[in-house]
Write a protein that binds this ligand. Structure first.
Ligand SMILES: Nc1ncnc2c1ncn2[C@@H]1O[C@H](COP(=O)(O)OP(=O)(O)OP(=O)(O)O)[C@@H](O)[C@H]1O
Ligand SMILES: [Mg+2]
Length: 461
């Protein structure tokens, strides 16, 4: 069993057991969007059947279910696969049951109502343990550092692979892309996926500060270095020692400070403002900008030598309208996020809402999409978001030509076979279930939002 539990291509398997569909969906959504392979069971009996078919790394089970309950699932797990970790969820946090569960080998206990982040935290700890214990540590795109980074488009998958590939080194990384695409998230993910993850991550927004303030923020200052410097202060470089320094909006830094940064990076040491002593620093620098630095170089506003120092690895994040395949999973991700935050259960959107999301140009990128969902979840009266909860500017647009190009002639040479097969399977399922999308989605193993998207993509309506 031990051997079978080794990661399969770096993917961890989870079984979620609960008699309520909403809870299953929530946990499944949360962990599959973080790259785990999640299976669900609606009863203890079903769970035991799943367990006899294949082992799982993590099992999350409700305690009280009609028929076989969580303790029986726990016993079944431990009998067949002792290394599987089990987390129990219960509405009744009774001490007796908790003691019994721990005695039977449960990993941990969660009492309802709980925050998704609590469960995530416990699962992360299990995964970190598995990562450490694994015979060879494989870097994959489902690294824990990427757990809040969702997306299924070819571009985002490529991005995740790139992050996992560059994270282990100390090379500087320059992240480019328009506002709101997730540059800061990428910087975080690099840090979290790197060996420096337990060391400080220090961020500084370089656009927000006047040059003299920026200098003392970066390098620190000695007491009396300038009026108001009434105590010695360590700079961000010193504070990021052995960790990662994130220089946000690096394109806004004055050339005079660029020189000093370049020296700090080259020499691995800094000097506080008003100081004479050099302080050695070991810092990995990740920088981000939404400017075209090549153009800034041509205009003499950005130093070429500093650019090459930063740009050892470059990661460009595309605007959302150029990777629309990410929209359905982002919708799901933020629905869960804000449902938890506002203690609501808004996990679905109506069909025309998906259409509006796909049709919109998203000038504010993912940040704008996040804000739209936040507002809609807040306004929603039932469990679904309807078109009336979207801001007016999203609805007044003509059909988007980019979207049209998605549902092109399906026999065109560019349309690969999988696409055609997928379309046929979806159409088959829709016909089988008389266009009941929830049932068809269930049958296909897709989320409803994803099915809605694909129906549009393949022009099936
Ligand atoms: N792929 C993603 N998955 C989940 N959340 C995302 C993703 N991309 C962006 N976000 C969220 O969108 C918001 C904006 O992202 P972020 O702040 O990283 O953008 P940015 O590129 O740094 O923008 P700016 O240039 O304006 O600073 C954040 O709340 C972030 O968590
Ligand atoms: Mg940012």
């Amino acid at each position: 069993m031990q051997e079978e539990l080794e990661r399969n291509d770096g993917v961890y398997r989870m079984l979620v057991v609960d008699d309520r569909a909403a809870m299953r969906e929530m946990l499944e959504g949360a962990f599959s969007s973080r790259g785990m392979q999640v299976q669900t069971a609606a009863s203890g009996e079903e769970a035991l059947a799943c367990l006899s078919a294949q082992p799982f790394h993590v099992v999350i089970t409700d305690l009280n279910m009609p028929g076989k309950g969580g303790l029986e699932v726990l016993r079944g797990v431990k009998a067949s696969s002792p290394d599987t970790e089990v987390i129990l969820i219960t509405a009744y946090g009774s001490i007796e049951v908790a003691v019994e569960a721990m005695r039977l080998g449960a990993y941990d206990f969660i009492t309802k109502p709980f925050k998704l982040s609590e469960v995530e935290h416990k699962v992360d700890r299990i995964i970190q343990k598995l990562d450490r214990g694994g015979p060879q540590k494989i870097q994959t795109w489902i690294h824990p550092g990427l757990r809040h980074f969702v997306g299924t488009s070819a571009h985002t998958r490529q991005l995740m692979k790139m992050i996992a590939r560059v994270a282990p080194s100390n090379s500087s990384v320059l992240i480019t892309g328009p506002s709101g695409v997730g540059k800061e998230l990428v910087a975080h993910a690099i840090h979290e996926a790197s060996p420096r993850r337990d060391r400080p991550f220090v961020a500084l927004n370089c656009a927000a500060l006047a040059p003299s303030v920026l200098e003392s923020e970066l390098f620190g200052h000695e007491k009396g270095a300038f009026t108001g410097a009434d105590a010695r202060k360590a700079g961000r470089f010193e504070r990021a020692h052995t960790g990662t320094l994130f220089l946000d909006e690096v394109g806004e830094i004055e050339p005079s400070i660029q020189v000093k940064l370049l020296r700090a990076l080259q020499e691995g040491e800094v000097e506080r403002v008003g100081g004479t002593q050099t302080i050695p620093v070991n810092v990995r620098v990740v920088a981000a900008t939404n400017r075209d630095l090549k153009e800034a170089i041509a205009q003499g506003r950005f130093r070429e030598d500093f650019y090459y120092r930063l740009n050892v690895v470059s990661i460009d994040v595309l605007p959302l309208c150029e990777r629309r395949d990410d929209i359905p999973v982002l919708i799901d991700h933020f629905l869960h996020k804000f449902s938890l935050e506002f203690a609501k259960e808004v996990y679905e959107v109506e069909d025309d809402v998906v259409g509006a999301f796909l049709n919109y140009t998203w000038p504010g990128n993912v940040r704008e999409l996040e804000n739209v969902i936040e507002r809609a979840v807040l306004l929603a009266e039932g469990n679904r978001i309807s078109i009336s909860e979207l801001p007016a500017e999203m609805l007044s647009l003509p059909e988007n030509p980019l979207l049209e190009s998605l549902s092109v002639d399906l026999d065109a040479p560019l349309m690969d076979r999988t696409g055609r097969l997928e379309r046929e399977l979806i159409l088959g399922a829709l016909e089988e279930f008389r266009w009941n999308k929830s049932k068809a989605a269930d049958h296909l193993g897709l989320k409803r939002t994803t099915l809605q998207y694909k129906i549009r993509k393949y022009g099936l309506e």
